[in-house]
Design a protein around this ligand. Structure first.
Ligand code: HOZ
Length: 430
């Protein structure tokens, strides 16, 4: 891969941005090579400043379900920009996007927009604590809900990529109330509630884990969480920042038929602009200021161009349900390709996938939780990532980030990715 412009950008960036990035995963610390200096994206492909073209499975870490630059979204953003960027007043677009979310997601009766998934999670935890009068939170190891203090315990995503347990600067008191349990293990959840159930405000969970790589929920896991939280009067919070409008129009809760109390959104609902949202039962949401006393605010919350982008994305998805079929077919093709290639190379490979979220974990047979996926062959993943870059495939630079497909990926894109995977497995030994 040509990379002289990428190296030059990294050198410049490292002088003025910590690690040369604004979000740690972008620094490629867990894989060899230099992050490409991307200058343009269209559909499923991006181009870098060195003239390399890549099939993009990063997709900005999830928002671009319709690929880069979908015409409907670009037109909607431009139309809003012609009228202004932000006014500090509620605009009709906020109401329209909230109405679409309420219509699509059965458990959500009201929505509050924020500017990131981190903010959505932090705010939902505050609301859950206020509503229950309890302080403790249950989360799962390898689950990532942004970087708010209480949730940075045994987190996935960049925290897992860098191999650190949490972060200096998080007061021990902030995580003292956080109970971390293994994903997909209802027994440990039941035991935690038996022990401290009357102190637990909420269980927060990615209904499909994406921040330890993609790990689907085991049959019964989400139902079990619903039953246990209801029994103990705790809230069930679904972090659908990745899965919302991605694994199904109504999110993972529609796919699995579960009704959480609160849900978090981001990524797809902003079309690539910075948006987060939390929503849920009216009686809970009406506790938020100014309806109620639970304070949460944001100068640029409900950003008009971001609302316009989100509405445009949701409208494309809503009017063509065949798009979800297409995403499922592409994901299944990729999964089958990975499984067959690994078998041909005589290697174990658990492939975690739900629809268009997918991760191959080479070297392990089962990926049920963070302990399992930490055993995947990360050295080999690094070699694979490097080979993919050389072959024109841009994959998330960490074993602990799910890859994403868009409606613009082609069968050929998938097949080229699988071919390169197969070639690397059969030729690279580590
Ligand atoms: N998995 C992360 C967000 N859910 C990736 C984005 C980032 O940390 O930059």
């Amino acid at each position: 891969m040509r990379d002289s412009n990428a190296r030059a950008l990294r050198e410049r960036a490292e002088r003025v941005l910590p690690g040369g990035v604004d979000s740690p995963v972008r620094a490629y610390r867990a894989v060899p090579g230099v992050p490409p200096h991307i200058v343009r994206g269209e559909g499923a492909h991006v181009v870098d400043a060195d003239g390399n073209e890549f099939i993009d499975f990063v997709l900005a870490y999830g928002p671009h379900i319709l690929g880069h630059q979908p015409p409907e979204v670009i037109t909607a953003i431009r139309a809003q920009l012609d009228r202004g960027i932000a006014y500090g007043h509620t605009v009709e677009l906020e109401v329209e996007l909230a109405e679409r979310i309420v219509d699509a997601v059965g458990s959500v009766e009201m929505v509050r927009f924020v500017t990131s998934g981190t903010e959505a999670a932090m705010s939902a935890v505050r609301l859950a604590r206020a509503a229950t009068g309890r302080d403790r939170i249950v989360k799962f190891a390898g689950g990532y809900h942004g970087h708010a203090d209480a949730l940075l315990a045994e987190a996935g995503s960049g925290v897992a990529t860098l191999g650190i347990p949490g972060s200096p600067g998080v007061p021990s008191a902030a995580v003292a109330g956080t109970i971390v349990l293994p994903y997909n293990d209802n027994d440990s959840v039941a035991a935690a509630f038996e022990d401290k159930g009357e102190q637990i405000a909420a269980v927060i969970v990615e209904p499909v884990a994406g921040n330890m790589g993609c790990v689907p929920p085991a049959p019964g896991f989400l139902d079990g969480l619903r039953a246990i939280t209801s029994k103990w009067g705790a809230l069930l919070v679904f972090d659908e920042v990745m899965t919302g409008f991605r694994v199904a129009y109504g999110g993972a809760q529609a796919l699995y038929g579960i009704r959480p109390d609160l849900s978090l959104f981001g990524k797809v609902i902003g079309g690539g602009l910075p948006v987060g949202a939390y929503g849920g039962r009216r009686d809970l949401m009406e506790r938020i200021a100014p309806s109620g006393p639970v304070y949460q605010a944001g100068t640029l919350s409900g950003s008009p161009p971001a609302m316009a982008a989100g509405i445009a994305v949701l409208d494309v998805l809503r009017h063509d349900p065949g798009l979800y079929r297409r995403l499922e077919d592409l994901g299944a093709r990729l999964q089958a390709g990975f499984e067959e290639s690994a078998a041909a190379a005589g290697l174990g490979c658990a492939v975690g996938r739900v629809g268009s979220m997918v991760t191959p974990f080479v070297g392990i047979e089962m990926a049920r939780n963070f302990d399992d996926v930490k055993l995947a062959d990360r050295e080999r993943f690094g070699r694979l990532h490097e080979a993919w870059l050389d072959a024109g495939v841009l994959w998330p630079p960490s074993q602990f980030e799910t890859a994403f497909l868009s409606t613009t990926h082609s069968d050929e894109d998938v097949d080229r990715t699988v071919e390169s995977f197969a070639r690397t497995l059969s030729t690279v030994s580590v």
